[in-house]
Design a binder for this molecule. Structure first.
Ligand code: 13P
Ligand code: SF4
Length: 373
């Protein structure tokens, strides 16, 4: 029996031109039905078997359904932030990667490993940052500012990446922009205005912004967060930097999904208020069973939430989708082969930079002076 899939409308913002306020645009997401307990068991067994048969590995993001996080880990795959998903997919020997997340994650995996098959439970799982940064408009913006080094967030299309000098994720953006600034670069930043603003405030870099936002993090509210903190005065506040500046200003720790996880494990507190997608709660609670986690508020008394702290596109990933694509080979990610070498350049730079930092190299040794070839 096939159950109906719930299709929902989603609003997002898109800048119409440089300096213009964002126009509201509309997208959609389809949420697969939650399988019954018996169906879950059957689907998981099928996926375990197919992963072996097809020489495949699961690569899941922290925001997807807990089943897809746990199964990825149990079967030798990974659940991680977007940076580690890219690195893991590139380095793993499996011929097929099953990426549970949103489209840019699958595209990044394909760009880094064109010889592998990259499957996604639903290829229509997009991201408001990607949607809000169409390549033609973005390219025109870049053309107007040839004196700036183009730094784009991973949450973008392959075509936008192919227009960039550097790629960053929230776990390495600070270090990369800071190193570029020290080498005389002025930055053109896209697409997330909140993350960009946070990086500018932290580094003092000269940055020009594209005006995109994440529909999930954009909705966290500072006033309500302060009220929640009053109810739980001992709680530390953990914030993803895609959130508005007033929310970031209240944080005890700011960082990517993996940085949030680390802060929950290392900060001296037993209660936390978490301003990121609620999919993150699964891993936070699993790794810290004695600690208490509260969701940061997304809506005030007079407001309604668009995403209610869960990404509608991350929610498109489910067990049935993973089983289906493994069985049939459907939903293979394709990236225009003509785009791949150029789109790969900024991704490789990011991965080489972060690997160099891990190996103890100084950030300054890992980026060129502005104007150097
Ligand atoms: P991370 O790189 O922190 O995992 O973030 C990806 C993302 O889409 C956050 O909304
Ligand atoms: Fe994009 Fe926000 Fe969803 Fe992450 S949570 S995929 S940034 S819309």
């Amino acid at each position: 029996m096939t159950k109906a899939v719930n299709v929902i409308d989603v609003e997002y913002e898109q800048p119409e031109q440089e300096g213009a306020v964002c126009a509201t645009k509309y997208a959609w997401a389809r949420v697969p039905p939650e399988p019954s307990q018996a169906e879950r068991g059957t689907l998981k067994d099928k996926i375990r078997r197919l992963l072996k048969e097809k020489n495949a590995v699961m690569v899941s993001h922290y925001y997807v359904h807990p089943d897809l996080q746990d199964l990825a880990e149990e079967t030798g795959g990974i659940v991680s932030d977007s940076l580690e998903m890219a690195r893991f997919g590139r380095d793993h020997a499996a011929q097929t990667l099953v990426v549970s997340g949103v489209r840019f994650m699958g595209e990044t995996a394909k760009i880094l490993s064109p010889e592998k098959t990259v499957l996604m439970p639903d290829l229509d799982a997009t991201c408001s940052l990607d949607l809000g940064c169409p390549v033609d408009e973005f390219s025109a913006f870049c053309d107007q500012h040839p004196d700036r080094t183009v730094v784009v967030y991973a949450n973008t299309s392959a075509a936008v990446k192919a227009r960039a000098d550097w790629l960053v994720t929230s776990s390495c953006a600070l270090e990369i922009v800071s190193a570029l600034k020290d080498k005389g670069h002025k930055i053109l930043w896209a697409p997330d205005r909140h993350l960009g603003g946070y990086i500018q405030q932290q580094t003092g870099a000269d940055m020009l912004f594209w005006n995109g936002a994440c529909i999930v993090h954009d909705e966290f509210k500072a006033l309500e967060l302060e009220l929640l903190k009053k109810e739980h005065p001992q709680a530390k506040i953990l914030v993803h930097p895609e959130s508005p500046a007033e929310v970031v200003a209240l944080a005890d720790a700011v960082g990517s999904t993996s940085a949030i996880l680390k802060a929950a494990q290392t900060l001296d507190a037993s209660e936390f208020i978490v301003a990121t997608d609620k999919g993150m709660m699964h891993k936070l609670r699993q790794l810290n069973p004695s600690k208490t986690f509260y969701e940061a508020p997304t809506a005030g008394n007079s407001a309604t939430c668009k995403s209610c702290a869960h990404c509608p596109w991350m929610a498109m990933n489910g067990l049935a989708g993973v089983a289906h694509v493994l069985e049939t080979g459907a939903n293979a990610v394709h990236v225009d082969p003509a785009l791949i070498p150029r789109a790969r350049l900024p991704i490789d730079r990011m991965l080489a930079f972060t690997a160099g930092l891990k190996n103890g190299q100084s950030p300054g040794a890992l980026v060129p002076h502005f104007g150097a070839a």
